[in-house]
Design a binder for this molecule. Structure first.
Ligand code: PEP
Ligand code: MN
Length: 359
């Protein structure tokens, strides 16, 4: 096994670095490609760790399924030259064993693995007693419990450095994104795991180059701890995920174009406190009004019960929505929000009426 480079930051230092920037090709393809990408990335001085897929979980057989274990030796070589720590995806016990054998620094569990508790447990068991940091991608389906479960399984195996990667959720049909970000799920995941590192993978969310930066910026504005972005010396001819990879030079442009905002500063606190006080006040009033609204729904429920009338009146519901869209537009509220808000209020109102009518 190769000696650790003196220029290499320790993995502890890398793990603590904010923002943490991981980049490298979707897949290791050839020795030259790995080393050239790593060299160009290292030269930028903006990268903390080198990623490369060695075993690729492809959706359909026949796509490039990864170069396999020999790619680990190329990665070692790249680390020797650049000093960049190495991050690799693992999905089976054997892959963990191989990655450990080649002294990989950081492991990650991919989205197609996080969905399967058997696979996560297999990886977790193989990690018992191992001190490496492990990053866990969100599962491909929007199920927070699976993501949390995977983190718990890895934690139970004794892994202490656990981080999360938000890479979006798959959906049926063509959308703007390859994997819909569903930011609210990642925000909820952060809320439920305070202090756990969360980085964004704009590459797999976007699936294309033109929106990478906007997605990355959004994650920074949500106070993420870092980014994992795929890069390749010749993206158009990449053996996997060609459409979303960028050259190291483009990556620098992208990173330089991002605004890294501060979480909080002392002088901002009084100003924000005042504005937040106003928000709290309005939230209180909204709650009071909603409670009043539901009391009226109760009365309507009683009336409908006495007169044997159905709860749902589709015409009335349409009328409410149409009116709200028009009014919302004038008030600067999006149609999307109006639908969500009225859906929630309407459902709560139906539940109230249902309780009365069937009590
Ligand atoms: C990858 O990082 O190349 C990868 C396969 O990602 P995901 O698990 O997010 O699909
Ligand atoms: Mn990829």
């Amino acid at each position: 096994m190769e000696a650790t480079q003196t220029s290499q930051k320790t993995v502890d230092q890398v793990w603590a670095k904010r923002p943490l920037i991981i980049s490298g090709p979707c897949s290791a393809e050839t020795e030259e490609q790995v080393i050239e990408t790593a060299t160009q990335l290292a030269k930028t001085g903006k990268i903390d760790a080198l990623r490369a897929g060695i075993w690729k979980p492809r959706t359909r057989p026949g796509s490039f399924e990864g170069i396999g274990t020999k790619g680990l030796a190329w990665l070692q070589q790249a680390r020797k030259i650049t000093g960049l720590p190495l991050a690799v995806e693992v999905a089976t016990a054997k892959q963990v064993e191989d990655a450990l054998h080649f002294d990989i620094d950081i492991l990650w569990i991919g989205a197609r693995t996080t969905v399967n508790p058997f696979s996560v447990q297999e990886v977790a068991d193989a990690l018992r007693g191992v001190k490496l940091p492990v990053l866990i991608k969100n599962p491909i389906n929007p199920d927070l419990e699976l993501w949390i479960g995977a983190a718990e399984r890895v934690a139970k195996a004794g892994v202490e450095k656990i981080g999360l990667i938000h890479r979006g959720f798959s959906s049926y049909g063509n959308t703007e994104y390859r994997n819909a970000p569903m930011w609210h799920l990642a925000i909820e995941m952060k809320r439920r795991n305070p202090g756990m590192m969360m980085i964004c993978d704009p590459s797999h969310i976007s699936g294309r180059r033109d929106i990478l930066q906007a997605v990355a910026q959004k994650s920074l504005d949500l106070d993420y701890d870092g980014l994992m972005i795929e890069s390749h010396i010749d993206p158009d001819n990449a053996w996997s995920d060609a459409k979303q990879q960028v050259t190291p030079a483009k990556l620098v442009e992208l990173l330089d174009g991002l605004l890294w905002r501060r979480e909080m500063v002392e002088e901002a606190a009084p100003v924000l406190d005042k504005l937040r006080e106003q928000i709290n006040h309005i939230d209180d009033e909204l709650m009071q009004l909603l409670s009043q609204r539901m009391k009226i729904a109760d009365n309507i429920g009683q009336f409908k019960k006495d007169n044997n009338i159905t709860i749902l009146q589709t015409n009335r519901w349409n009328e409410i929505l149409e009116k709200a869209f028009k009014k919302g537009e004038k008030l600067g509220l999006t149609k999307e929000f109006i639908v969500k808000y009225f859906d929630a209020v309407h459902m709560e109102s139906i539940n109230h009426q249902n309780n009365i009518m069937n009590s």
